[in-house]
Design a protein around this ligand. Structure first.
Ligand code: FAD
Length: 340
């Protein structure tokens, strides 16, 4: 792609296509502001898609229960009438002042000129905490996975899940419905997960659907020709045993890395971007931060709070994008069909 093809101009660049970034497309669209959205992942949805696509979320208003992936499909559908341009699979690395606006640059050479920027970058570039096992890389993507995209991929498999938090317990419960065998490896018998999930797992252990391997930790991998055949585990006295397995799912949490965001000269607070709670404005003019990345007194890292922040940020940005148009607050019911 030539330099000119890779250079764009828009009203607002949204960094991050998680649930909050996607809803910001809608809110900007309702105020007639065009958007480009950049995400390092090659898919929409941020944490919902990458970490818990098939888990039900219970606290989205008017959806008593909605799976992570379904929520993202709905948000993308709601944003679609405003024709956002998505630049996926590229990380925003530079954010520099250009006149009254900003120039957003990615690691793939895309440059977008914008009047304002909304940072909806969640926990930043995130990646899994990996267990220190020899030869781990050769099984990654074939026998070792750090997230579950589709439960069906594990149907009929012998699955070892390692970890003691929500992901380990929830996926053990869920995969026990489709896998041939589920084994849960943890250093101690106590799990740091929601009590009702732990109770459910206890019941599945009692009925033989899940095998508990405690107190053990991972010590090695066994395989033939790049295909995983077993997971070695060791107890606290270093006594080893091998669990015959096709798949290892190590769930040791996420390493959160703000990456380049920390170098953009914005005021930060404990690894988050400090914002004015009323406008979600950062310390730089025309740059607003919303969702998990934003911090203000009383902040709750919930999707529904991020949705409200998207609306507030869009209204605060409007005078910068349309300085000659007075902004009259209007309900969507009076404004009419989005995009029309
Ligand atoms: P994210 O979803 O984190 O998306 C941010 C996006 O920004 C990512 O896709 C990332 O790749 C991208 N990005 C970051 N840096 C850059 C960069 N420099 N360039 C380009 N792209 C970048 N919340 C609830 O409200 N209810 C729940 O029930 C709930 N359950 C949860 C269960 C689990 C297991 C987890 C992990 C979280 C849960 N959450 C829940 C939290 C919820 O997922 C987050 O609050 C939400 O995803 C935040 O949305 P976001 O759009 O701010 O950020």
């Amino acid at each position: 792609m030539s330099d000119t093809q890779n250079r764009h101009s828009t009203d607002v660049v949204i960094i991050g296509a998680g649930p909050v970034g996607l809803f910001a497309v809608f809110e900007c669209g309702m105020l007639k502001m065009r958007t480009h959205v950049v995400d390092a992942l090659d898919m929409l949805g941020g944490q919902c898609t990458a970490l818990y696509p098939e888990k039900p979320i219970y606290d989205i208003p008017a959806h008593p229960s909605i799976d992570g992936a379904d929520l993202i499909d709905r948000l993308a559908e709601q944003a679609a009438p405003f024709n956002p341009t998505y630049h996926l699979g590229q990380q925003v690395t530079t954010l520099t002042r250009e006149g009254e606006g900003w120039l957003v640059g990615t690691d793939k050479g895309t440059v977008i000129e914008a009047k304002a920027v909304i940072i909806a970058a969640g926990v930043g570039a995130f990646g899994p905490n990996k267990p220190p096992l020899d030869g781990l890389e050769q099984y990654e993507g074939s026998g070792v996975f750090y997230m579950v995209k589709r439960r069906a991929d594990f149907a009929g498999k012998r699955v070892v899940i390692a970890g003691g938090g929500d992901s380990a317990v929830d996926w053990a419960n869920s995969l026990s419905e489709v896998a041939e065998k589920v084994m849960v490896v943890h250093r101690r018998p106590k799990f740091r997960a929601a009590p009702e999930s732990v109770s459910r797992m206890d019941a599945l252990i009692a009925s033989g659907k899940i095998e508990l391997v405690v107190p053990y930790q991972l010590s090695g991998l066994e395989g033939v020709g790049g295909k995983l055949t077993g997971v070695r585990v060791a107890d606290l006295d270093d006594h080893e045993k091998v669990l015959d397995a096709d798949v290892l799912l190590p769930f040791f949490g996420l390493a959160m890395n703000l990456g380049p965001i920390a170098d953009w000269g914005l005021e930060m607070e404990k690894g988050h971007i400090a914002v004015d709670q009323r406008t979600l404005a950062t310390s730089a003019p025309g740059i607003h931060a919303i969702g998990d990345i934003a911090n203000y007194p009383g902040k709750l890292k919930l999707i529904l709070c991020g949705f409200a922040e998207a609306a507030m940020a869009a209204h605060a940005i409007h005078p910068r994008v349309h300085p000659d148009v007075a902004l009259h607050f209007e309900y969507s019911t009076s404004k009419g069909k989005p995009g029309a």
